[in-house]
Ligand binder design. Structure first.
Ligand code: FCB
Length: 472
């Protein structure tokens, strides 16, 4: 079996601690929108977060434990032993964060709902206090003219469901549909766009192949069965959505252009299979109702994935969706023996090669291969070793360059016919970056974790100008 190389655990990185402040630098003259790249009227400018990475309040208002509580509290699993217990304290500071979003001028805010806040053990009656938090958040977005985009599952599976088998258990897909229905009934009238499962591939690769994400397994055969059950969960949630509400729904997939590393036929073949494991294993079942045959052949007829596909599953998984959310961070270059090599500079996250053209390639490829399904970019971003300077500013010029170059690629893709409706920076706030803990800062907004003070970085000021100009 060939296996993709998922992002490795990242190396140590500097963290920032400095006095807090509230203002930030204005964009430099060469950063003000001047490239003449205007986006279509109504294009949605957004930013994204996820529940476990920002909320904190891990034991409040009836929240149960998730697999990320367990994992982050297990010695050796996260850098510096960091956990999401407090994170950016967004559960308490959401109103301030909503004001920051308004100040930046966001049209759209993508966040996730914590399943164990809504059902502490992943089953049974909803926890009203958990639902009330998201209702306050969503109402606060509407009050500020920002469209909510809610992800149902961003990796924080209730620990009780993990104890019952986790995503290796088919039953968990049905529990997910029950949970989704509760959330649709509570918030369906006020959330126009829903995303089902965030990056199923990362659960498969990081959680079950590499083991550096929760639940920390290293079991390839289990991993691909997990992929099937995540797809099933997606499809069952779409069915529940159609039965309970209006609005739009789709999956959130992290996609990677997979280029041959050289001109050999071996590299071309290996890159094609790599693409199967990175992209088509996730796109095809949902958008075409079939698993990619090359991947099934590679896994073999005895694999738990192949044996785990029941009659009717693919019809459930391929229930029509309204949009596809694409998350782009890095390309892969694949050699004839199926290994990957680096071609571009990496960021502080060693798994990330900075290659803006990859954004163009992956967006145009999705439209070419899967038709004109509406697209939204729901994550794209860069960690930088930001520090709060003595004058109270955070000068993340590298993030400005990264975002500008990727947005130019987005613009080119749209000019080539890609039906893209919105773009979200990962992330609104510095936050708990999974196994990398708080060392990697991905936010437009700097968070001082000692005081929880927020400071708009240079990139946030720049993004505000882009949004106001509707272009670069
Ligand atoms: C994505 C995740 C998101 C964050 C970014 C950097 O894979 O969906 O939570 O970790 O990477």
């Amino acid at each position: 079996m060939s296996m993709p190389t998922p992002r490795p655990p990242q190396g140590a990185a500097p963290s920032a601690t400095a006095p807090a402040a509230t203002t930030g630098p204005a964009p430099r003259a060469d950063e003000t929108p001047s490239a003449g790249l205007r986006f279509p009227p109504g294009f949605g400018w957004g930013a994204a977060t996820s529940a476990y990475q920002i909320e904190g309040a891990a034991k409040e208002d009836g929240r149960g434990e998730s697999i990320w509580d367990t994992f982050s509290h297990t010695p050796g699993r996260t850098r510096n032993g960091d956990t999401g217990d407090v994170a950016a304290d967004h559960y308490h500071r959401y109103a301030e964060d909503l004001d920051l979003m308004r100040d930046i001028g966001l049209d759209s805010y993508r966040f996730s709902i914590s399943w164990p806040r809504v059902q502490a053990d992943g089953t049974g009656a909803p926890n009203q206090r958990g639902l009330d938090f998201y209702r306050r958040l969503v109402d606060g977005l509407h009050e500020r003219g920002i469209a909510p985009m809610a992800t149902l599952f961003h990796w924080d599976l209730p620990q009780s469901l993990q104890d019952a088998g986790g995503w290796e258990s088919r039953d968990v897909a049905h529990r997910f549909a029950d949970y989704a229905e509760i959330v649709f009934r509570a918030l369906g009238d006020r959330v126009p766009v829903w995303l089902t499962v965030n990056e199923p591939k990362t659960v498969v690769q990081n959680g079950y192949l590499e083991g550096h994400h929760a639940p920390g397994r290293q079991d390839p055969d289990a991993a691909y069965l997990v992929a099937h059950h995540l797809h099933l969960a997606h499809g069952l949630a779409v069915a529940a959505f159609r039965a309970t509400g209006s609005g739009r729904i789709g999956p959130a997939l992290n996609l990677h252009p997979c280029y041959p590393a050289d001109d050999s036929p071996e590299a071309a073949r290996a890159a094609r299979l790599y693409d199967g494991y990175e992209n088509r294993l996730y796109l095809d079942p949902i958008l075409t109702g079939r698993y990619p045959q090359d991947v099934l052949d590679d896994l073999g007829p005895d694999s738990r994935l192949v044996r785990g596909i029941h009659d009717g599953d693919l019809a459930t998984i391929a229930a029509p969706v309204d949009l596809l959310a694409v998350q782009y961070y890095t390309p892969y270059y694949v050699t004839g023996d199926g290994a990957t090599v680096g071609r571009w500079p990496t960021s502080q996250a060693s798994w990330q090669q900075i290659h803006p053209d990859g954004m163009y390639d992956i967006l145009t490829r999705v439209t070419r291969d899967y038709g004109p399904i509406p697209l939204t970019v729901t994550e794209n971003g860069l960690p930088t070793p930001d520090t709060l300077d003595a004058d109270g500013t955070v000068d993340d010029a590298g993030r400005v360059t990264f975002l500008r170059d990727h947005l130019a690629a987005v613009h080119r893709a749209m000019a080539a016919g890609v039906p893209l409706e919105s773009y979200h920076v990962w992330s609104l706030l510095d936050n708990f970056e999974w196994d990398a803990g708080y060392d990697e800062r991905w936010g437009l907004v700097h968070v001082d974790y000692q005081t929880q003070r927020r400071v708009l970085k240079r990139s946030a000021h720049w993004y505000r100008q882009v949004i106001a100009a509707n272009g670069l």
